[in-house]
Design a binder for this molecule. Structure first.
Ligand code: CA2
Length: 166
């Protein structure tokens, strides 16, 4: 079964309690619940973790190498500062999707640069909490395609869509 690790960076534990005009009213627990629900419907396993500590995020990324097929990360402020997180993602070389709740390119200049984007397969910025769910779907499609090419054990879930002429 496909296993994906979702990482939330610093201060995202405060979601829904402050700065609601920028980040909305949804709490991190609610986001994690929506991620779990989507994971179930996609028939994949997802673990979600949050940390305010850069080194802890680096350690989790390193550990993901053995137990996970891909990573979804909102590095929060570390997006714009952390060579350490970028290096960890490059080292584990797992397909990674970078997610931001807000559109970082419509905000202050210092948020326009991401150290993570260069080592991520994709970036979603500005969809709010839905970004995580879109990332799950996109990453799964990518992994299944890769598995089909490499013969890796990422079993494809049965598609329920009926084709008229099938
Ligand atoms: O838009 C995003 O998801 C960000 O990654 C959020 C980060 C910010 O530094 C990035 O530029 C864009 C900040 C997360 C802080 O979250 C808070 C939530 C509630 C109250 C205060 C901060």
């Amino acid at each position: 079964m496909v296993r994906i690790l979702v990482l939330h960076g610093p201060n995202l534990n405060l979601l829904g309690t402050r700065e609601q005009s920028i980040y909305g009213t949804t709490t991190l627990d609610e986001i994690d619940a929506a991620i779990a629900q989507t994971a179930e419907s996609l028939n994949i396993e997802v673990d979600t973790r949050q940390s305010n500590v850069e080194g802890e995020l680096v350690t989790w990324i390193q550990e993901a190498r053995t137990g996970y097929h891909g990573i979804i990360i909102n590095p929060a402020a570390y997006t714009h500062t952390s060579v350490a997180i970028r290096d960890a993602l490059a080292a584990v070389a797992l397909p990674t999707v970078e997610v931001h709740l807000s559109n970082i390119y419509q905000r202050e200049e210092f948020r326009h640069h991401s150290y993570i984007a260069g080592v991520a397969m994709a970036q979603l910025s500005g969809f709010g909490p839905t970004g995580y769910l879109l990332a799950l779907q996109g990453l799964l499609e990518h992994l299944l395609e890769q598995g089909a090419k490499t013969g890796a054990a990422t079993s494809k879930p049965v598609r329920r869509t009926r084709r008229r002429n099938a």
